[in-house]
Design a protein around this ligand. Structure first.
Ligand code: CA
Length: 442
């Protein structure tokens, strides 16, 4: 059975956290224009989707504790327009298929909102993000205040950012969300198996990109978590290289950072492997240093540890290796305190993962690093990047960039690596690179 997010349960968690005078209002996005009358494919607004499962543009979700807590505003049905742009469930479908207690056309929002806000004194709404949404909300509050002169009902006096309630709940994944993420990870593993067996001298980077993306959509994934990075040779020392138009060369490594999306839940994985299937001695030294740092950082992921402790574990291992490899000179603690390691490791060790690939939820609160709890999913992705132009580095190490990234679920007794099926030990990677290509059109 394919995993389906349990949107009703997500709403239940929100409603349980709300006081009777609180409400949540989230707007979907508009369709983004690509050029002329062509639009980008719409990707659901993550908060709207998490609350409702609604994946179409021009919509809004309103939640408030009570007998009929869930109101959806959606595009109205329009048979003529639907011939051009696709089927719309309309307000009827929002009730019948999405579990809304009430649904209205989005055009009715300004008027209906004034009534819905009667008795609400605190509104969870992202004020300041979209001026056109703010104008509707402020207009509705004004109209609601006018009505309240007769009804004596409260109207919103304070706004709370979605980060206060919604994103704290999204940060802690439930079983349905973990199952969807596991499916994204499974598809991503298939994608990586394809790119590993396809890599060879003379193959263009974009062919690996295409092979990865084929596996995701062919397997029923909803899309990609982000633009696929396929970086051969020293392209790997450019962190967000997405051109993918170079040729893979004999004797070089290729870094692939890619992720599939399933029911809009993402995976995010990096692997670095030899184009010709065999690590050189210098490549293996750097690779093993990153792998050791990654495994130590993963082992540091457990309930009660902080996000920062995971990062410092990776930094300590990597800096020690930088000294051993002759990249840095000096005392370990001094090099860490002075952040000298940033010459070769300049990014953080991970981010939250969920509906957004860089998922919501602060990594620090009140100036303190976030303590990890069961249900949180984070990436662990140390790297080491030696620019080709770095004349201070040993010549054999120049132009080598390595990143290894897995997706880690915090569990009650530690952690589970959701992407553990993707090879990363040197011997396993070399075997995967030698494996014959299966089931991928090329
Ligand atoms: Ca990544």
């Amino acid at each position: 059975m394919t995993p389906t997010p349990n949107f009703a349960d997500h709403r239940r968690r929100v409603l349980e956290a709300l006081q009777p005078d609180e409400a949540v209002l989230v707007f979907g996005s508009a369709h983004a224009v690509r050029n002329a009358d062509t639009e980008y494919r719409y990707r659901a607004h993550s908060d709207v989707y998490w609350l409702s499962g609604w994946t179409m543009p021009d919509c809004a979700v309103f939640l408030r504790p009570g007998d009929e807590p869930f109101t959806l505003f959606v595009q109205r049905r329009d048979p003529e327009l639907e011939t051009w742009t696709g089927r719309r469930p309309g307000p009827e479908g929002a009730v019948a298929r999405f579990g809304a207690d009430t649904a209205h056309p989005i055009s009715a929002l300004p008027e209906k909102l004034a009534d819905l806000l009667q008795g609400v004194s605190r509104l969870h709404y992202a004020i300041g993000e979209h001026p056109e949404h703010d104008a509707i909300v402020l207009g509705a509050i004004k109209a609601s205040a006018r009505k309240s002169r007769e009804s004596a009902a409260d109207v919103p006096e304070t706004f709370h950012s979605p980060s206060v309630l919604l994103h704290e709940l999204r940060l802690r994944k439930t079983e349905d969300e973990i199952a969807a993420t596991e499916e994204a990870a499974r598809l991503t593993a298939e994608g990586f198996a394809a790119v590993m067996s396809m890599a060879a001298p003379g193959v263009p980077e974009y062919r690996l990109e295409a092979a990865f993306e084929h596996k995701i959509r062919d397997g029923g994934g909803s899309g990609l978590a982000f633009n696929t990075i396929v970086a051969g040779g020293d392209n790997a020392t450019i962190l967000h290289y997405v051109e993918n138009d170079d040729l893979l060369r004999d004797g070089e490594l290729v870094l692939v950072d890619a992720g599939g999306e399933y029911s809009l839940y993402t995976a995010d994985v990096s692997r670095t492997f030899p184009v010709n299937g065999r690590f050189s001695q210098a490549q293996a030294l750097i690779y093993q240093a990153v792998l050791d740092a990654q495994e130590a950082a993963i082992a540091a992921c457990r309930p009660g540890a902080t996000h920062r402790e995971v990062h410092l574990t990776a930094v300590t291992h990597l800096t020690r290796s930088m000294i051993a490899l002759g990249l840095l000179e000096g005392d370990l603690d001094t090099l860490i305190a002075g952040q000298t390691y940033k010459r070769y490791y300049m990014h953080g060790t991970g981010h939250w993962l969920g509906l957004d690939v860089h998922d919501v939820g602060a990594t620090s609160r009140g100036g303190r690093s976030r303590v990890l709890e069961p249900g949180m999913i984070l990436t662990v992705e140390p790297g080491l990047y030696v620019p080709a132009s770095d004349t201070t580095a040993p010549a054999a190490l120049r132009g080598i960039g390595v990143r290894i990234e897995d997706d880690v679920l915090i569990t009650a007794d530690g952690r589970r690596v959701l992407t553990a099926a993707i090879p990363k030990e040197i011997a396993h990677l070399e075997a995967a690179c030698a494996a014959p290509l299966s089931g991928t059109a090329r």
